[in-house]
Structures are given as structure tokens and as C-alpha cells.
Ligand binder design. Structure first.
Ligand SMILES: *Cc1c(COP(=O)(O)O)cnc(C)c1O
Length: 345
């Protein structure tokens, strides 16, 4: 696929801002080029605009070359940049598969880019045939979220592959929850498909939602475009420092994931014992989508007990559903106690 033909004209001809730190990347003793304050410890300097240390560590762990890695201020920044690179406002559109993550549509709406919505099938899988039939020349980006939020399931790998291969534009696979999943990452397909963008994040399995760091893996062409359009210092020094630290000990990260998976299995079992629970959908993420009787009433009741879960009951295909994040053992027990109270009321 010719990526160049998908890019907006103004982005193609864009002369990117050249930051002081980008113009000089060698070794020097005295930096008088960026109007920084010479006093202060470390944080008086602008951060590395290309986040080389963090990317090198990710590259080693994930086996993806640094030239195929982009870092964003959360995945949300990556979503926004991709829409601004590929979608002409008032003309182009993105393709979405509801029920799914809300930020794709919000970013498109802000950019005055349309959204074509094609519902998942009742078993929460992409309707491959309908998606491909509906995709036209103005359909620039397809957003696939696997494992999907809020349904929690993986999309079948074969379906993902067909969509990546046949969709006539950029295909984003949002893998925010991939570390909780039994399915392999679509990152294995990157060398074959230059239109594929795989997004991952430090916000979920890594436990670092507060530092705002999202990853995009893609072809060098797409990564180069993201680099041209991003704010020069989009990842601050504190975030780069914490990320570099956590990446030196990936084993710790696996421990936390295993603890969450154990709690997920336990919650699934215990929740299914409640009479008002009608269904618990299979989850490959760190949350459970639970269909209940009287979803609004239960949601309110839990709030009254100072427990917040997400009410998804007005989302297509999710009527009566609450989305419950897997917490610590103690948090989960408190939730179960509140549910017992609800049942006996
Ligand atoms: C939580 C989540 C993200 C994470 O976004 P960040 O901006 O990286 O925190 C991305 N995609 C989905 C589907 C999510 O649920």
C-alpha cells in the first residue's frame, strides 16, 4: 500500500518545527541554544524530543526496531495525531466498530472528521464483510480495539489479519489490554503491512496511567509522519525517566499482571453466584463486562457505597451491562460485600 497517497496535502508539504535539541544531538559541554535557565537540577533542560533511551529499552523488550516506534502523551495523543495526518476535515472519515473505546470518535469530532460506525456482531466480533463493503476512498483509518473496551474480548486474529490486509487505508489495532490477553500481538504482522499501526500503553498492565505514555509501532513511513506532526517535546523528562526505570525490570511487571489475572478469575467465579447477574462475558482484559438486572439501580447503589464501576448499559449491544475493573483482593472483596447487600435488599 502507498502510504504517501493517504496523507493530507498540507501534512505532506509541512516543514516541521526544528527544535534546538534536534538540530544538535552530539556531545557538548555548554548548551546555550534553547533559552533554558542555566540554574536548577536536571529539569531546567528540555527533554530528549526523540526519547531515545526509552525507545531503545522498548526495542530490546519487544524486538521492534527504534525506527518503528513512536511515543505519545498517552495513546490518546497517537489517536489524535493519526486523524490529523490522514483525515481531511469535512471530507474524510474514520471507521469505528461500536461498542468500543470512546476517544476515537471524540478525536474525530474535534477534528471535524466523520465517523462511519459498523456494529460488532452479537458475539462482539468485527463484521469483516460489511466493514470492507462500507470502506470507500474517504475511509482513511479503521480503528480496531483488541482486546476490546468495553466488551473485554479479543477479535479473532484471522479477522484482524484480513482487515489489515484488505482495508484500503491505515488500520490501527489498539492493544491497550494485550498484556492481559492469551492472544498474540498483531505487532508480528508489522513487517508485512506498512499501513498497520499497533498501539500499546503504559496506562494499564504497566500500572503507569499517571505518567501519560503511549506507544505506536508502525512502518518507518508512518512513524516519520507522526514525528513530523507531534509537538517537539511531547514526552516530558519525568515521564521518560520513570519509563526508562520501569523497563529495566520487566519481571516485576509480569508479577503484577499475574496477580490481576488471578483476581479476574476469582471475581468471575464469585460474581456469577449472584442471582441478579445474568451474564459475565469472556475477558482478555483487566475488567469484566457484567450483564445484570437493574443495571442503573445497582450502579447507583454501588456509588452510594463509594464504589465506582462504569455503567455501559446505554452503549449499543451492552444493555444492562456494567464494566467492572479488577482491583486488589481487598477492593474486590469490598465490592462483593456491597453486592451481597444489594441482593438482600
Ligand atoms: C485505557 C485505554 C487506552 C489508554 O489510553 P492512554 O491515553 O494511553 O492512557 C487506550 N485504548 C483503550 C481502548 C483503552 O481502554
Amino acid at each position: 500500500m502507498d502510504i504517501d497517497s493517504l496523507v493530507r496535502k498540507n501534512i505532506k508539504s509541512l516543514k516541521p518545527y526544528a527544535s534546538a535539541r534536534e538540530e544538535f544531538s552530539g556531545r557538548a559541554d555548554i548548551f546555550l541554544d534553547a533559552n533554558e535557565n542555566p540554574f536548577g537540577l536536571e529539569l531546567n533542560r528540555y527533554p530528549d524530543p526523540m526519547q531515545r533511551k526509552v525507545k531503545e529499552k522498548i526495542s530490546k523488550i519487544k524486538g521492534v526496531s527504534t525506527a518503528n516506534i513512536f511515543l505519545g502523551n498517552g495513546s490518546d495523543e497517537v489517536i489524535d495525531l493519526l486523524i490529523r495526518i490522514f483525515c481531511e476535515p469535512g471530507k474524510d472519515e474514520i471507521v469505528l466498530l461500536p461498542p468500543t473505546y470512546g476517544m476515537y470518535k471524540v478525536c474525530a469530532d474535534i477534528a471535524n472528521v466523520g465517523s462511519k460506525e459498523i456494529l460488532l456482531t452479537p458475539d462482539f466480533q468485527p463484521d469483516v464483510k460489511t466493514i470492507l463493503e462500507a470502506a470507500g476512498t474517504s475511509s482513511k483509518i479503521l480503528f480496531l480495539c483488541s482486546p476490546n473496551n468495553p466488551t473485554g474480548n479479543n477479535f479473532e486474529f484471522e479477522k484482524l489479519k484480513i482487515l489489515i490486509e484488505r482495508f484500503p487505508g491505515i488500520v490501527v489495532v489498539d492493544e491497550a489490554y494485550i498484556d492481559f490477553s492469551t492472544q498474540k500481538s498483531t505487532a508480528t504482522l508489522l513487517p508485512e503491512y506498512p499501513n498497520l499501526v499497533v498501539m500499546q500503553t503504559f496506562s494499564k498492565a504497566w500500572g503507569l496511567a499517571g505518567i501519560r505514555l503511549g506507544i505506536a509501532y508502525s512502518s518507518e513511513e508512518v512513524i516519520e509522519l507522526l514525528n513530523r506532526v507531534k509537538p517537539p517535546y511531547n514526552i516530558n523528562s519525568l515521564t521518560q525517566k520513570v519509563a526508562a526505570e520501569i523497563l529495566t525490570d520487566p519481571a516485576k511487571h509480569t508479577e503484577k499482571i499475574n496477580a490481576i489475572l488471578k483476581q479476574r478469575a476469582r471475581m468471575k467465579e464469585q460474581l456469577s453466584a449472584f442471582k441478579f447477574v445474568k451474564n459475565i462475558y469472556p475477558s482478555d482484559a483487566n475488567f469484566l463486562l457484567v450483564k445484570v438486572e437493574q443495571a442503573d439501580k445497582l450502579h447507583q447503589f454501588l456509588m452510594g457505597n463509594k464504589i465506582i464501576v462504569r455503567n455501559r448499559s446505554r452503549v449499543p449491544l451492552c444493555s444492562g451491562c456494567l464494566r467492572i475493573t479488577v482491583g486488589t483482593e481487598k477492593e474486590n472483596e469490598q465490592l462483593l460485600r456491597s453486592l451481597e447487600l444489594f441482593q438482600s435488599n
